[in-house]
Design a binder for this molecule. Structure first.
Ligand code: NAD
Length: 260
């Protein structure tokens, strides 16, 4: 098992990509804290994963934009399980509008969840990783960390920003064996994407079928959505990588949509 007894904190893991990463980690023997705004769903996902084993999971309520909630949530996990080995800052939302119509409050909300969330959870976890002499920080970026699309000014800005933050952590953490990486998925069929299909169809004046076939999958090599399992596999790679060789890197997992 690649993560036997490792303590992992995955934000936004009640459902979607985060839940798949938590599942993959538990299957490799990890103890996983499922931190999410949605307390009940986090607890239910944790119970399901613990029952499957061989690792275990617990749900914790956490708004990643709330400094106090992040601090107390991370401390509670570290106290219960003796440290933090892996942070996956995954919680995120999508809001689409043309830039000139983007409400400032919605711009700030999106940036706070993606960027403040990554900053606050990293800041809270790093001292535990330093104390134990190593750890892995993983941010959930996107192809939109590398590429732009219309209507997504806030999301593209936030996802580009995560690359910079990860590189700083890679440099600041290196002396204590702390690595930082960004996973950059293409479109994955989760509630976050399902919500965008009718919104983008309305904003772009095209059908929902065209949004899926042209906007979302048009550039892939196989017209396939990236799966939560594809992303979880990359999250395992970064969490379990045996050296610092990949630190500071981002990896695109997009069925060929974006190649670099
Ligand atoms: P999702 O909507 O299915 O799940 C997101 C989870 O985050 C939910 O459980 C939600 O309750 C939680 N969350 C939202 N705000 C939160 C907050 N303030 N504090 C704590 N938890 C919060 O989304 P998903 O598709 O699984 O996306 C997960 C991550 O992957 C996001 O960062 C997203 O930007 C990124 N991503 C998704 C796709 C995709 O196509 N789905 C592609 C690339 C990147």
């Amino acid at each position: 098992m690649k993560l036997a007894n490792k303590v992992c904190l995955v934000t936004g893991a009640a459902r979607g990509i985060g839940a798949a990463i938590a599942k993959r980690y538990v299957a490799e023997g990890a103890r996983v804290a499922i931190a999410d705004l949605d307390r009940e769903h986090a607890a239910a996902t944790a119970a399901e994963l613990s029952a499957a084993g061989p690792g275990s999971a617990m749900g914790i309520a956490m708004d990643v934009t709330d400094e106090a909630a992040v601090g107390s949530g991370v401390a509670a996990v570290a106290e219960r399980w003796g440290g933090i080995d892996v942070l996956v800052s995954n919680a995120g939302i999508q809001i689409v509008h043309p830039l000139e119509e983007f409400p400032f409050a919605e711009w700030k909300k999106l940036l706070a969840i993606h960027l403040d969330g990554a900053f606050l959870t990293s800041r809270a976890c790093l001292p535990y990783m330093r104390k134990q002499g190593g750890g892995a920080v993983i941010f959930m970026g996107s192809v939109h960390s590398k590429e732009a699309s219309p209507l997504k000014s806030a999301y593209v800005t936030a996802k580009h920003g995560l690359l910079g933050l990860a590189r700083v952590i890679a440099k600041e953490g290196a002396a204590d064996g702390i690595r930082a990486n960004v996973i950059c998925p293409g479109f994955v069929r989760t509630p976050l994407v399902d919500k965008q299909i009718p919104e983008q169809a309305a904003s772009l004046g095209i059908s929902e079928k065209e949004v899926v076939e042209r906007v979302m999958l048009g550039q892939t090599v196989d017209k396939e959505f990236t799966t939560v399992e594809d992303v979880a596999e990359v999250a395992l790679l970064f969490a379990a990588f045996p050296s610092n060789a990949l630190t500071g890197q981002s990896l695109v997992v997009s069925h060929g949509w974006y190649m670099q």
